[in-house]
Design a protein around this ligand. Structure first.
Ligand SMILES: N[C@@H](CCC(=O)N[C@@H](CSCc1ccc([N+](=O)[O-])cc1)C(=O)NCC(=O)O)C(=O)O
Length: 213
């Protein structure tokens, strides 16, 4: 059965691959699962039909027959459970890879989202200049620890997993700030993820949507 995901009709980033459909496209490409895309406008996201499958009125969603999922992490986990290629078969290694999925979304991404909010939505507030350095330091604190863990390894825990897919996706959001390039091994780690053929196909697919719009 061919699943259908939703994506921005026109991504605010103009096709840089930062919208979260790219993470789901990447996972689908890694496991070799063909998929359909339903493009949604901003207004369409808030319409009853979309709210029925995404209570928060966002993208991406994932529909497979009568199954409707939202939350990028959940969709990636669903694909990783149903197909080989994103989680190890060994029980303990699988559990560690799932731990890295949560770490990417719950520990590393929050300060990065804070930085995005501070830079994009709060730049004109009187206290922004005072707050921004604090937010950047909280990002650096996490990246310091992640950089030490990764060391000279290719991936976070043995073979490439859904944990790396989500961690690379989270770190890609940071590139524009310049902070990622302060960590040579993390910048190389992200480039390694981008060099994967599955990522390249996912990126090209979302770029084509935005180039056409
Ligand atoms: N926790 C949810 C979060 C989903 C989410 O944030 N979706 C965003 C798009 S991806 C987040 C995103 C948006 C824009 C950029 N960009 O660079 O322009 C990057 C990422 C959305 O639908 N926003 C519209 C809305 O909330 O009304 C998940 O992981 O799936």
């Amino acid at each position: 059965m061919i699943p259908t995901i939703t994506a921005f009709e026109r991504s605010p980033d103009g096709g840089k691959g930062l919208a979260r459909d790219t993470r789901v496209r990447w996972a689908l490409e890694e496991v070799g699962q063909p998929y359909e895309v339903r493009l949604v406008s901003f207004a369409g996201m808030k319409a009853p039909g979309h709210l029925a499958i995404h209570p928060f009125g966002q993208i991406p969603t994932y529909e497979e027959g009568s199954l409707c999922l939202f939350e990028t992490g959940s969709i990636v986990f669903h694909l990783a459970e149903r197909h080989a290629g994103l989680l190890p078969r060994d029980r303990d290694a699988r559990a560690r890879a799932i731990t890295w999925m949560f770490a990417a979304l719950n520990t590393v991404e929050p300060p990065i989202l804070e930085l995005t909010t501070a830079r994009i939505f709060e730049a004109d507030r009187p206290w922004s200049e005072e707050r921004l350095p604090l937010v950047k330091d909280r990002v650096r604190a996490r990246l310091d620890q992640l950089s030490v863990h990764l060391g000279a390894a290719d991936w976070l825990d043995g073979a490439f997993s859904a944990g790396d897919l989500l961690m690379v996706s989270v770190l890609l959001r940071l590139r524009m700030s310049g902070i990622l390039d302060e960590y040579q091994n993390l910048a190389a780690y992200v480039a390694r993820g981008e060099a994967r053929p599955a990522y390249a196909r996912a990126f090209a697919a979302q770029y084509a949507v935005n180039a056409a719009s």
